[in-house]
Design a protein around this ligand. Structure first.
Ligand code: FAD
Ligand code: 2AM
Length: 753
């Protein structure tokens, strides 16, 4: 089905609209916004340091076949018209794949083919070869990846190799960021080297760094107040990609003024990251809500507010008890045209809490009237980067809306943000202290990063800093980025519902005021994750919903939709059950890693119960791990009743055939039962090592691993090598090959984070 898409821009037209002699376009292939953020920071520095205008661009918005044409035209023009550098900031996603917005570019570059504006793949010439057609293109490359994945940074590496092979030339050295270590450190190490190389290539003097500190900051945007706009012309948290108020249907009422375009039979809407569906929550319940993590406090360390859902403070023992909470939440897809497959991910945009917004407002000295004033972000003619800069969020909107729905106001402040803040410090001692932190990575880690100080917390420490609102809104704060969740429902069983299984991120860290002496006492600051805190707020707001037990009663289901709309979209994954349901599957998913396997189990039982299969469903083994059987055991009853269903079939004469090979088992590992040894999932897999090996080696079996990437998935991978040695008699090389072969033949899948 063709869905309208905006026409693509070209490199040539963008370059033609830029004024400086030398120019730069920085393309990003971003899944969570980090690549875009690093591209933007590089663009700003290139402009500030060299006066070279730099545009940041989404690969998806451009017809990248122009890369070749423009290389040729540049060659024929010669250097006197100015030099152009193309930047690539490319994240590697999953098992060495491009991010969604880089997929077309990648396919074209590798194959010499491109996608046109519609769905068709348009060949640029029959099987056109790009060999040597990149001659004239100069580029810089920063790849973003994670060393725990086998295909570390394969996008950056493969694209560089391909560009070099067609004659393009890299300026400076390639950057490689490792999310498992510190992306920020890797970027900061690469940046000065590439700036030096750019300075040499453009033949311009570097005016940036410390030399630029004496210069006043020229804001990228101006703000105008729009006090008389009707409500309908104002954004209230919608996430439209075109950044223009549209004519909407009426909103859902209540205090939520956002308005939504809904798909109809006539008009299909393509819901994606840039245009999410505002979905109703149809069900929500706690899988656990335990008081566990206990932190001893001094009386002075009591956090400012005590929302009872998240933590409690025991004054008699001065203990902060943080609740661990896991939420099962369901979203409605009915009548939206939006579909998913079991194993896909759902992207969710969160919103900041009232408390966080008020805290930042206080730090900035904004009263309620200022927070509710409607503003429009406009290009600042005094800053040449401005005309081409992307609007930071859909506006006009109120400052409160921007802080609530669009901007990430809680993350730890980064060094480059502090550098900009320093320009607005009136007090010299404070300014010097900020620059000390900016110039000394260790000091930054000790003073800011280790306590995850947010913008509000930093501003409370530096009282002489007076930030103009347009700098806060337009430059200092980054947009809220989407978080992904493994869908925990089966599309076959529940085609119109996606569910998530999310554990709330909550912790407390000691924090000291930045301007106080070394010996001053630290206070404990309570912190929480943006999207899981939002999901938890939604859950507690919606906990008047029927409980899961009631949902078994058909008369109470489906529930009336709540006046709650959550921006979501579906991201396709390759984490799929085998097409042939008779193939045996082994699933390993401790903690919330069990999420997709709830969907897998539902699906296997559903297809077996449909009776449509020629062959019985194959063995289905889930290895699950958690801390304690009575505390955080997810979906215990639900899995128990699925097993009971299959056992029931086995007992019945009529159904015994379909259940014959359907060996459905859930095996548990508990790691924190007092008086017992810690048991992890890989321990119980090892106990069944021979059977597991045989399922994979002899019975066309599949293995799926979901959850923690850093330790668990790596440990399971190591175990598979051990099983191949122990039960397959393989030496190290052969075991490696065996595991690799499982992966390349699509028998070994990981969904890890
Ligand atoms: P954020 O605001 O992003 O905060 C998290 C950050 O807080 C961390 O990165 C860290 O910097 C900081 N932090 C956290 N704890 C501490 C601490 N103790 N000390 C210092 N700093 C700390 N999550 C699920 O719950 N269920 C799923 O099914 C699931 N599936 C996923 C699938 C994929 C493909 C991916 C990529 C992720 C998945 N996640 C899942 C993780 C999820 O996307 C979010 O990352 C997670 O929920 C946290 O988001 P948040 O916005 O609440 O926290
Ligand atoms: P722990 O926190 O008690 O160490 C879900 O988080 C479960 O995964 C918990 O029981 C946790 O145990 C366990 N876990 C922690 N590290 C693990 C690892 N490397 N491999 C497997 N399970 C692990």
């Amino acid at each position: 089905r063709i869905v309208s898409r905006p026409s693509k821009k070209t490199i040539s037209t963008t370059l033609a609209s830029m004024e400086s002699k030398h120019k730069m376009i920085l393309f990003y292939g971003s899944q969570t916004g980090t690549a875009e953020d690093l591209a933007t920071r590089t663009a700003n520095e290139v402009y500030a340091n060299f006066g070279v205008e730099s545009v940041v661009a989404d690969l998806e918005d451009y017809d990248m076949t122009d890369l070749i044409k423009f290389g040729e035209s540049l060659k024929s023009m010669g250097d006197e018209v100015g030099k152009v550098v193309i930047g690539f900031f490319l994240a590697t996603y999953g098992e060495g794949e491009p991010t969604d917005n880089a997929a077309d570019f990648y396919e074209w570059l590798m194959d010499g083919r491109g996608k046109g504006e519609d769905e068709d793949v348009t060949d640029i010439g029959d099987d056109m070869q790009l060999e040597q057609q990149g001659d004239g293109v100069h580029y810089i490359m920063f790849g973003l990846g994670n060393k725990t994945y086998e295909h570390f940074n394969s996008m950056g590496r493969r694209v560089s190799k391909r560009l070099d092979s067609i004659g393009a030339k890299m300026v400076g050295i390639p950057g490689e960021g490792d999310d498992d270590g510190s992306m920020e450190d890797d970027f900061l190490a690469w940046k000065p080297k590439v700036l030096e190389a750019l300075s040499a290539y453009y033949g311009v003097k570097d005016m940036g760094g410390k030399a630029g500190r004496g210069l006043a900051h020229v804001p990228l945007f101006n703000l105008s107040e729009e006090s008389s706009l009707p409500d309908k012309a104002v954004f209230h948290g919608e996430l439209a990609s075109d950044h223009k108020p549209r004519r909407f249907k009426d909103g859902p009422g209540g205090d939520d003024k956002r308005v939504f375009v809904e798909a109809t039979a006539k008009k299909r809407i393509l819901y994606d990251a840039k245009n999410p569906l505002f979905s109703h929550v149809t069900k929500s319940y706690n899988l656990f809500n335990e008081t566990v993590d206990q932190l001893k406090l001094k009386p002075s360390e009591l956090p400012p507010t005590t929302p009872s859902q998240k933590y409690t403070h025991d004054a008699s023992t001065n203990t902060l008890n943080i609740r661990r909470e896991c939420i099962h939440m369901e979203f409605d897809l009915s009548n939206t045209g939006l579909r998913y497959e079991t194993g896909d991910h759902v992207g969710i945009y969160g919103a900041n809490s009232l408390e966080q917004v008020s805290l930042l407002a206080r730090a900035l000295g904004l009263d309620d009237a200022a927070l509710d004033s409607v503003v429009r972000v406009k290009a600042n003619p005094a800053n040449r980067q401005s005309a081409m800069a992307k609007m930071p969020f859909p506006n006009p909107c109120s400052v409160r809306t921007a802080f609530t729905h669009y901007l990430a106001i809680t993350p730890v402040l980064k060094q480059h943000q502090l550098e900009l803040i320093a320009k607005y410090a009136a007090d010299e001692t404070e300014r010097a202290m900020i620059y000390d932190i900016v110039d000394n990575r260790n000091l930054y880690v000790e003073k800011v990063e280790s306590s995850q100080k947010s913008m509000a917390e930093v501003l409370f420490d530096f009282r002489s800093v007076k930030l103009p609102l347009q700098v806060v809104l337009g430059e200092l704060l980054s947009p809220i980025v989407v978080r992904y969740y493994s869908i925990s429902s089966s599309s076959k069983k529940e085609p119109c519902t996606v569910s998530i299984t999310a554990v709330a991120v909550r912790y407390a860290l000691p924090s000291k005021p930045l301007m106080q002496s070394e010996n001053s006492a630290a206070t404990l600051q309570y912190k929480e994750g943006l999207v899981t805190a939002y999901v938890s707020r939604l859950h507690h707001k919606t906990s008047q919903l029927p409980t899961p037990e009631m949902s078994a009663d058909d008369s109470t289901y489906p529930f009336p939709p709540l006046p709650t709309h959550v921006p979501i979209f579906i991201r396709t994954s390759s984490f799929r059950l085998p097409r042939d349901a008779s193939a045996p599957v082994i699933m390993i998913g401790p903690g919330t890693g069990v999420a997709p396997f709830r969907g897998f189990l539902q699906e296997r039982v559903h297809v077996a119960s449909s009776g449509a299969l020629k062959k019985p469903v194959g063995s289905t083994w889930l290895f699950y791990g958690c801390r304690h059987p009575e505390q955080d055991h997810l979906y215990k009853d639900e899995f128990g009743s699925l097993i009971a269903t299959v056992d029931g079939w086995k007992q019945s004469e009529q159904d015994a055939e379909r259940a014959k090979a359907f060996d459905l088992r859930v095996m548990n590992a508990f790691s924190r039962v007092p008086g017992q040894q810690k048991v992890y999932v890989q321990d119980i897999v090892q106990k069944m090592g021979k059977e597991v090996y045989e399922v994979l080696d002899k019975m066309r079996g599949y293995i799926y691993v979901c959850g923690d990437a850093k330790n668990m998935a790596a440990d399971v991978n190591t175990l598979l090598h051990k099983l191949a040695a122990e039960f397959g008699g393989k030496n190290e090389e052969e075991a490696k090959k065996w595991v690799k072969n499982l992966k390349t033949t699509g028998k070994y899948h990981e969904d890890v984070w």
